[in-house]
Design a protein around this ligand. Sequence first.
Ligand code: ZN
Length: 443
Amino acid sequence: MRIYTVGGYSEVGKNMTVIDFGKDAIMLDAGLYLPPIVALQERDKCTTEKGLRNIHAIPDDTSLDALGIRNKLRAIIVGHAHLDHVGAIPYIAHRYNAEIIATPFTAEVLKTLVSECPIEFKNPIKAIQPNSSYRVNGAQNINIEFINITHSTPQTSLIAIRSNQGNVLYANDFKFDNSPQLGKKPNYEAIKKISKEGVKALIVESIYAAEERKTPSEKVARDLLEDVMLTVDNKGAGIVVTTFSSHIARLKSIVEFGRKLNRKVVFIGRSLNKYVSAAMKAKICPFSKQIMLVSYTRQVDSIMKRIEHERDKYLIVCTGHQGEPGSVLDRISRNEMSFKLSPKDHVIFSSRTIPTEVNIENKEQLDKRLKQRGVRIFNEVHVSGHAGREDLRDFINMVKPEHIIPAHGDLTKLSALAELSTELGYKVGKNCHISQDLQSIEL
Ligand SMILES: [Zn+2]
């Protein structure tokens, strides 16, 4: 088999890996590289396939056309619903006679992304539950298993690929959370099973390979939220919480504490609406009956007016944790909404600023405006969804792959995972492969 590391091997984003088995090929993930798009949206330009290729915001899959991959690509398999894994599919899938395979939540998110994209979309979307298997349509016997794993969005799966040329395990992204707040624990049994069968190649994320730690459970984020929301005096104060819209487990904790405060929980913002609706359709949204979900301008206006007069009766959950221009929190901070922040109010960031230039600048500007309003700011009420170095060590020891391919990072991050691999007895260039965007490895 030949493994093409198309995207996400020279940056954090636009993940795409293609495996060529001879007669058939499969694609793992097709994601967006967000920083150039965030900059683009500020200038209000539309996003077309050509436009996205020009700014290198989607992986360059066209580089594989001359190799004959395009005609034998049978399936695009997506591990989870984050945009840097699923977001390019609406723009590139039309080029392939391939079905899309994803868990139900990811499939619902993808359907929304497709509906927002002007490109005609004909590829069938096959939704497969976590911890189940599927045979890819093709000449060769290629079997896919979605192994349930924990991350910061629901139904994230490791993708186990079984073929007559050996097994591949794709672990991009994940963490080991033994106390998940939504969904099941990692399926260690399935990981051990494929390890026993033999894993020829492990493709594994390297984002936090340099961070010497075990990433804390989502239970810890819940405790942090509990402290801020239930033990800090907020009598008479407005409370605004913002977090990643696709983090349904985090939203669940926020809703529960909002209800403990006897406040009505209102979700405001288009992207919250998108992901929470997808969770409802996939039947994994535990709080669907406990929230008001508003996204249309008129609805937003009327609820904001009500909250302005009864600020301590409501909990606002909104978009804008990265300071995105035009997001709900951005507009609140600019006094553009009927709800006006006043000095006693709380603004809680259940998030971490993703360290790109655009985000850091946006968040700084947002903080400046919030401070002018005199509100109390609670930053980083958050834990990461990515495996730390010690999780990665345990994982590699558990899988015992023949070859390791570090993924999802620039050269520094890939090298950190390669260094860990050498600690575990692997040799770079022999059975640990640093492969950057548009390179490939023959195994
Ligand atoms: Zn992710």
